[in-house]
Write a protein of this length. Structure first.
Lengths: 284, 181, 181
């Protein structure tokens, strides 16, 4: 399993090291495409064209692969000194163009410098003759090879989606209207919940400013509703209340109106909704 | 549409079929002629040909003229089977109101109607009814408070539909925190 | 569905076509068998027959297997005319970062954010957010390890948008090794 990072300490120390020792050199001419105009969208047909059209690379490994290919180097025998220089040049160029350089690019710069310095170390003369010495580049090679597979897979997906975009499903038919709905995932649940919660926060703020409705007003509203509609669902009426206090006021209003007016409470089913219904005054 | 496309009659029939198929509404001859840069006569001939094909195939579909345009629809004799099919459609499909209500119930359960109202700020009675019908939520007894309102929570069906093993698998806001930034 | 419907093979083909047409998502063999009260074999035979018909007709439509079901859709060759008609443009393509992230998720699922970082060598948070929003990936619970990170996998929508029957249709990741160097 290739190790992704050094431990935190080593990593941050090395990044600083990498930044301090970036040699100031004239900018290499081969990177003369316009980074600001090009986008990271894939618009090209072939893999090579693809890379060239990118304003930014998908990550440090992507950039490394590009540089290795550019140098026509063997991935199993990376000329680490040259590639490291190219890599650092590229990062400097990105910085000079005000392209935000992600931390991951700097971590890779530090790793490259570390590998480069390890390669320069003389072999330990005390080491056993036949002792396996690990190539300091091995871990990087493994990661690059692994990464490149997924890069190819991404290209395959891109091609598939392009073909798929040429296929169209039928237009709307009548039965779709009954189903104008969305199918939801767990992520939708969470994002919808967050939106509702945010909206709720806003409303609570507004509510503080809103005047509470008085009992007299509530009774007036309720009367009007019952006499207009002949009946009213209590459940629906209570749901309209915006706060706990309003709910209590509404409840008292209902009790009051049943006592004083020609109104009946009707419940059709146990636990069912309760209806407030106007009754014709008894002829007497 | 710069150069005149040299379509064979068969190709024209095929492309006319494809366009009628993707149209949300019946497609008129004029619109077909405009889009395909062909004259009315060619389009009419293609439709006639297509119509004859549909007739002779005796498949499940028909090409029919309706409201001044052409449309592909199912044959009327299969309406019972189609009704049966439409009834089976997956019930994870929800209106936004229902989805909002479900989200509140999922994250705040057990929860009462007034509490849902408090959070959503709108009535949820019909959404709750839908969710109960789709068996995505169930009642969880009464809350011991004024009016003893009903408590609602998510059901086993909910876990199934959303591919969750149990409620602890429901992602929390923290799980996506890194993504939001 | 009380009495056994005595359908001729031709009738079965026709009703299968009608139902596949009506479906707003690919229709599975199982669902067809259930709705029509027929066995799998009969349904499969009917689909095979229908598929052969669509092939030989060379019309504007195709019958295809995608995301585990069957769907009627237009043939690819008419995409330009259809776009002219619908007045649509190809939808925005995924960025390279999103595609790479999607590839890692597709092949390594269920997979966590740190595991994706390990392979890509770069933070993938915004790509994951995009993929979630486009419904191409879904959460698959938590990994029982330090920090219980969220697991991600591809969705049905992924199969649909990439025209895959199922995940086994993806070429093996090792096959890409030959392309490397």
């Amino acid at each position: 399993m290739p190790r992704v990072y050094f431990d935190c300490l080593a990593s941050s120390r090395l990044s600083v090291f990498a930044l301090e020792f970036l040699p100031v050199q004239p900018q290499p001419e081969k990177y003369n495409f316009d980074f600001k105009k090009e986008t990271a969208e894939i618009v090209a047909e072939s893999r090579d064209e693809l890379n060239l059209k990118l304003g930014e690379f998908a990550g440090p490994l992507d950039l490394l692969l590009y540089l290795i290919r550019q140098e026509q180097a063997d991935i199993f025998d990376i000329p680490i000194a040259r590639i490291t220089d190219e890599y650092l040049n590229y990062i400097r160029l990105m910085k000079s163009l005000d392209i935000a350089v992600a931390a991951d690019f700097l971590v890779m710069a530090a790793q490259l410098i570390e590998i480069k310095s390890k390669m320069l170390l003389p072999r330990d003369p005390l080491a056993e003759e036949d002792e396996e010495i690990e190539d300091p580049r091995q871990e990087l090679i493994d990661r690059l090879l692994e990464y490149e597979k997924f890069k190819s897979a991404a290209q395959m997906l891109y091609e598939k989606s392009t073909v798929e975009q040429a296929v169209f499903a039928r237009g709307k038919i009548e039965s779709d209207d009954a189903n104008a709905e969305i199918s939801a995932s767990v992520f939708d649940l969470l994002s919808v919940f967050q939106k509702v919660a945010a909206r709720h926060k806003e409303e609570v703020k507004l509510e503080i400013q809103r005047e509470e409705i008085s009992l007299a007003e509530m009774i007036r509203n309720l009367k009007k509703r019952i006499f207009e509609d002949a009946e009213l669902s209590l459940l629906a009426f209570f749901e309209e209340m915006h706060s706990h206090r309003e709910l209590v006021t509404a409840f008292i209003a209902v009790l009051e109106i049943v006592r004083t007016e020609d109104v009946k409470l009707i419940q059709k089913k146990t636990f069912g909704d309760i209806l407030l219904k106007r009754v014709e005054p008894a002829h007497s | 549409m710069a150069e005149q496309p040299a379509r064979s009659p068969a190709e024209l029939v095929a492309v006319v079929e494809a366009i009628i198929f993707v149209g949300d509404e019946p497609v008129t001859v004029k619109l077909l002629a405009d889009v395909l840069d062909e004259d009315r006569q060619s389009i009419e001939a293609a439709i006639e040909q297509l119509s004859a094909e549909y007739e002779s195939r005796e498949g499940g579909l028909q090409l029919r003229e309706v409201a001044g345009g052409w449309q592909i629809a199912t044959r009327t004799e299969f309406h019972e089977e189609i009704r049966d099919f439409l009834k089976t459609r997956p019930s994870a499909k929800l209106s936004l109101a229902s989805l909002e209500t479900l989200a509140v119930i999922a994250y705040k359960q057990p929860v009462t109607v007034p509490e849902i109202l408090e959070i959503r700020g709108v009535q949820s009675a019909s959404a709750i009814k839908t969710l109960l019908e789709k068996r995505l939520i169930v009642t969880k007894g009464h809350k011991e408070t004024v009016g003893r309102p009903m408590l609602y929570g998510t059901s086993k069906e909910f876990l199934l539909q959303f591919g969750l093993k149990d409620l602890t698998e429901l992602p929390s806001i923290e799980d996506f925190e890194d993504l939001v930034q």
